[in-house]
Design a protein around this ligand. Structure first.
Ligand code: GAP
Length: 483
């Protein structure tokens, strides 16, 4: 098994070699922090997306889904605070021209120091950041002799804010200033907020209720060298849960617990997760935490849970001059009607690509299968069967004697219910290894005995155990495993 730092590189290579993930437009040397999903990656991603969607919108009766556009009226992003606040302090090294997020630069330096010294450095950095004292930050970097990793010098520009939103021009006429400018959404959440009343009224939804959405988001990330962990174009799976003001603490705790249940239902042990409560809160939140997973690059955020108050709906009401209120006809314990109010919101926001990386990291295993007689090894992706790109490989032992016909018949019976893969070529051992490498939970081999007694050999990916079962039981066995 590769150690953790090598494991990350091994996963990246494996994803490319086996058709999961390719660098975008690779024939032109790629585009930084943009990736394409191949034949198996797109299946894996779709399975995770569908699993999240079903769990959130089908199993929670008070949550419905929408699919809003990526382009939104530009005022949306003024109201949401993204035009003014969605930026990171950056600094450039004058010699290498390399740009750094200031907090990342200082954090990397802190890691090279003894523990207490590093912590003191970070505490001081937080003070400058909280006060937005950028002059102070620059002096602090210089005083601590924090160097650029490329040039090795301490020759820095001033610290500047850099907005992470991509903008483009809308309509046929370009170059007419800000009037035509639109942004590629940096989060899917705002598509939910602006549709809050459309959904509430047409769906006759009663508070508490949620609106879920999956879709692309775009951020001009500065430090983006971590494969699909930090991308410039990525997918989010978000849910806004609308509640009565004053109940946010209780619902925040509920969603922390509920989302952790979802993570554990992926078959990942609790010890691989942890909560990280935010001390420094985003501009919209009164409480926030991350669910972190122990990636090969360390514990990192995979999902955020945010108590967003009424910040977004209130601001949309102010900017659009349209009421964003809900009429609550229930009464409180004292019998007083709740009446009209702007709902508070608890948000759950998980990155789909980051979840793909989490599932890949958890599933990836290099196994040494050597015996005294021969050297052997395999790479196996131990996905939960419900997430595997291919559920069943159907492998006739030979290309003749009527075996392909039996195999094809099984393929026809199963392929409408779940994804199957048919292959006649190469030795059975090689075919098994290829299926292990893409995480197929079951392989079925059709041999001469199948012709005589209607049985096949089914091979289980994780244990590699093989058993003989009736060909009539194959479909049900696979279906049960992916429920
Ligand atoms: N609406 C709230 C929001 O967008 P966030 O913490 O900025 O909150 C939520 O993002 C999730 O989106 C993160 O937990 C992460 O999984 C994913 N995400 C954010 N930026 C990303 C990026 N550049 N590449 C891949 N995933 C990203």
């Amino acid at each position: 098994m590769a150690n953790d730092s090598n494991k990350f590189q091994a996963i990246i290579s494996h994803c490319k070699e086996y058709g999961f993930i390719f660098p975008s437009s690779e024939i032109y040397d790629g585009l930084s922090a943009v990736y394409d999903y191949g034949q198996y990656g797109s299946e894996l991603k779709k399975n995770i997306r569908d699993y999240w969607w079903k769990w959130m919108t089908q199993l929670h009766e008070n949550i419905v889904g929408i699919d809003a556009a990526i382009f939104m009226h530009p005022t949306t992003w003024k109201a949401s605070g993204h035009v003014d606040n969605f930026s990171d302090p950056m600094i450039d090294n004058k010699d290498s021209k390399k740009r750094y997020r200031v907090d990342h630069l200082i954090e990397a330096h802190a890691e090279t120091l003894p523990k207490e010294e590093g912590e003191a450095l970070l505490a001081k950095m937080d003070q400058f950041l909280a006060k937005e004292d950028f002059g102070g930050l620059k002096s602090f970097i210089e005083e601590n002799k924090i160097k650029c990793s490329v040039s090795g010098t301490c020759n820095w520009t001033d610290v500047r804010q850099f907005n992470l939103m991509f903008s483009t021009e809308f309509g046929a006429v370009s170059g007419e200033g800000d009037d035509n400018m639109v942004y590629l959404r940096p989060e899917t959440a705002q598509g939910i907020f602006v549709n809050f009343l459309n959904v509430q009224k047409t769906g006759r939804m009663k508070i508490p209720f949620g609106i879920a959405q999956v879709g692309k988001a775009f951020r001009n990330e500065i430090v983006a060298r971590q494969f699909i962990f930090r991308m410039r174009e990525f997918e989010q799976m978000e849910m806004q849960f609308f509640i009565r003001p004053g109940t946010q603490k209780q619902w925040y705790e509920y969603w922390k617990e509920e989302r952790m249940k979802w993570h554990l239902s992926l078959g990942i042990p609790a010890s691989r997760y942890r909560f990280h409560d935010h001390v420094k809160l985003a501009h919209y939140a009164d409480a926030a935490c991350d669910i972190e997973y122990d990636f090969p690059i360390g514990f990192k955020e995979v999902e955020g849970i945010h108590s967003r108050t009424d910040f977004d709906l209130r601001n949309h009401q102010e900017y659009s001059k349209k009421k964003m209120q809900y009429f609550d006809n229930e009464t409180d314990e004292a019998g007083k009607p709740y009446g009209n109010y702007i709902p508070y919101v608890i948000e759950t926001s998980i990155g789909l690509d980051r979840t793909v990386m989490m599932v890949l990291s958890e599933a990836y295993e290099e196994q040494d299968l050597s015996s005294p007689e021969k050297q052997d090894s395999r790479v196996v992706l131990k996905f939960p069967p419900k997430l595997s790109p291919v559920k069943l490989a159907i492998l006739p032992l030979m290309k003749k004697d009527g075996l392909p016909e039996i195999a094809r018949q099984l393929m026809d019976e199963c392929k409408a219910s779940f994804r199957c893969f048919y292959e006649e070529k190469d030795t059975i051992g090689k075919r098994y290894r290829r299926q292990d490498a893409i995480g197929t939970p079951f392989c079925v081999t059709i041999d001469h005995q199948s012709k005589e007694d209607g049985t096949v050999t089914i091979r289980h990916r994780d244990s590699m155990l093989q058993e003989r079962i009736s060909i009539r039981d194959v479909k049900e066995l696979v279906e049960k495993s992916i429920q």
